[in-house]
Design a protein. Structure first.
Length: 301
């Protein structure tokens, strides 16, 4: 049986910048409020305007809800830590935080693939688009994303927290990310490292390749459109999605698909801030500023 002497963990966070604690608190509080409000507004706008009840906005509504959940896994806890000065988290709490962080992150990877497939069908099969992307298909694609994300998170969490923790309990991070927690394990973590890389391939790299293939076919179809205005209109419906994919997958690939020898705690904390804090706040801005229908519906509301 697995015997562990660790009953709680302590985050290092940004403790080396203690004089910035108050500034960090109000900065992250502002980011959290803006992220939640921005994504809630998109949810309300899409739900209330019948014009936006299309497959593309169905997936966008899923993405906005996902971003609220994703941000809520890390930021509220970080705010409590900054305010109280208590940087500890229980063993079970750390496992739960890791599970939900991986769950929502992996789900977003798969959901972005579903959104790319939707854009491919809209541009490459415009006459049959609504028949192909009917309500049942959209529900199946969204449900598959959530289920796959949950299974990936369960596998990673069990593989990490079934290992013995009998040494240091200090996590050099601001939340229970996989690699920093794995560094506290007493035993051999070779197969866990392989598991992380393989997980990164199936959750990040393969979906990213599928998105690239979708956009290769989309660009091929757009180039066949004779008018420049028609080409611009077709491509403009994809621009927001391309921007989000670039931001999210760019940091994800570097964080998870690389060997342990190249792992840097300080660099990864900055990257984690980007994909767990910055990206969720940018998504509603990207999708609202670049989308006339969303702006029009927001104005009416």
């Amino acid at each position: 049986g697995n015997q562990t002497s660790v009953i709680m963990f302590v985050f290092v966070g940004f403790s080396h910048q203690k004089d910035m604690k108050v500034i960090f608190f109000f900065l992250f509080l502002s980011v959290y409020i803006i992220t939640v409000l921005g994504n809630l507004i998109i949810l309300l706008v899409i739900s209330m305007d019948p014009v936006l009840h299309t497959p593309m906005y169905f997936f966008l509504r899923n993405l906005s809800f996902l971003e609220i959940c994703y941000t809520s896994v890390t930021l509220p806890r970080m705010l409590v830590n900054l305010l109280s000065g208590d940087m500890s988290i229980s063993f079970a709490g750390c496992a739960a935080q890791m599970y939900f962080f991986v769950f929502f992150g992996a789900t977003e990877c798969y959901l972005l693939v579903a959104m790319a497939y939707d854009r491919y069908r809209a541009i490459c099969s415009p006459l049959h688009y609504m028949d192909i992307m009917n309500k049942k298909v959209c529900m199946q694609l969204a449900a598959s994303s959530w289920i796959c994300g949950s299974l990936v998170a369960l596998g990673h969490t069990i593989s990490v927290f079934s290992l013995p923790f009998c040494g240091s309990n200090t996590i050099n991070h601001f939340f229970c990310e996989i690699q920093p927690v794995l560094m506290l394990v007493c035993g051999d973590t070779y197969w866990n490292e392989i598991h992380i890389i393989l997980g990164g391939v199936f959750v990040i790299l393969m979906p990213f390749v599928l998105i690239l293939v979708s956009y290769g076919l989309i660009i091929s179809s757009i180039l066949k459109i004779k008018s420049a205005k028609g080409r611009y209109k077709a491509f403009s419906t994809c621009f927001s999605h391309i921007t989000v994919v670039t931001l999210f997958y760019g940091t994800g690939v570097y964080t998870y698909i690389r060997p342990k020898s190249s792992y840097s705690l300080d660099v990864d904390k900055v990257l984690a801030l980007f994909y767990s804090v910055v990206t969720p706040i940018l998504n509603p801005i990207i999708y609202s500023l670049r989308n006339r229908e969303v702006k029009g519906a927001l104005f009416k509301m």
